[in-house]
Write a protein that binds this ligand. Structure first.
Ligand SMILES: [Zn+2]
Length: 267
């Protein structure tokens, strides 16, 4: 985070998803950790709920205090149950999935099933989406009302340009030979390429493949081109446990990971 703390500084925080009071040394915070003792949320989930609060409530309030309104319509994409089940009680909220009903493949025409939305939550999806990626950003905008909000996160770093791990790939298979994982990439012209480098799975070997590392400026440019006004939450909000140290989480790519929550207004 742009706000940084000494590693031994103790951060007291009140989870904005369940209200549980926690404390943890700053050096032990991590985007995917700093687990709340009450609900099991990580720092990223608390950032997502902060973003949604800013969108719907215009201030940062804990999720249990969001005003119930069945006319507020939103969707998520494979969201964590810890907040999805609360959103279902408060709003007309649908959690969609890539591999099960209700289906949403964001680069297909599936978006037409979910229109006139007040909000879309999309966290840790776009690093896995096959090209054409811009269509995915545009479809999220098309699902939203003007003035609606996308609460978004994906891995990105301070590099200006997005780095595609498998350029030109339109379909793929992964396979394991001995200890090595390979990606077999099919390109638009029907030709194949085999990769044995930069194979990063999210959730363990052979699971969801990372396609790219977004560069900050190019990610923001794609959001703007799709019709969004993005705000990057790069400042720590220690009181709700939205914080992680500024670390080189991908030193092989040469840039510090940023990976902050981005709130995007549909304009
Ligand atoms: Zn909690």
């Amino acid at each position: 985070m742009e706000t940084d703390f000494a590693a031994d500084h103790i951060i007291d925080y009140k989870c904005n998803i369940c209200g549980h009071k926690n404390n943890l040394a700053a050096g032990d915070f991590h985007r995917e950790a700093a687990i709340c003792g009450g609900c099991g949320s990580n720092a990223r989930f608390r950032g997502i709920i902060h973003g949604l609060s800013m969108a719907l409530m215009k201030t940062s309030v804990p999720l249990p205090k969001f005003t119930k309104d069945r006319y507020v319509k939103g969707i998520g994409m494979s969201e964590w149950d810890g907040y999805a089940k609360v959103l279902k009680k408060k709003y007309d909220f649908t959690n969609t999935y890539f591999h099960q009903e209700p289906l949403l493949d964001i680069t297909s025409d599936d978006w037409q099933k979910f229109t006139d939305l007040d909000f879309v939550i999309c966290t840790e999806v776009f690093e896995h989406v096959l090209q054409p990626l811009q269509v995915g950003f545009e479809n999220m905008r098309k699902m939203l009302k003007k003035g609606g909000h996308l609460v978004f996160s994906t891995p990105f770093n301070g590099s200006p340009e997005t780095v595609e791990h498998f350029p030109g790939m339109v379909d793929f298979a992964t396979c394991q030979i001995g200890e090595d994982w390979l990606v077999v990439s099919r390109k638009a012209d029907g030709s194949y390429e085999i990769y044995d480098q930069n194979i990063i799975f999210h959730g363990g070997p052979g699971t969801v493949l990372e396609m790219r590392m977004f560069g900050r400026e190019s990610l923001l440019a794609q959001l703007r081109a799709a019709g969004f006004a993005p705000t990057v939450f790069s400042q720590a909000i220690p009181e709700i446990g939205y914080y992680w140290p500024k670390v080189m989480d991908r030193p092989e790519l040469g840039y510090p990971g940023e990976h902050y929550v981005i709130l995007c207004e549909a304009i």
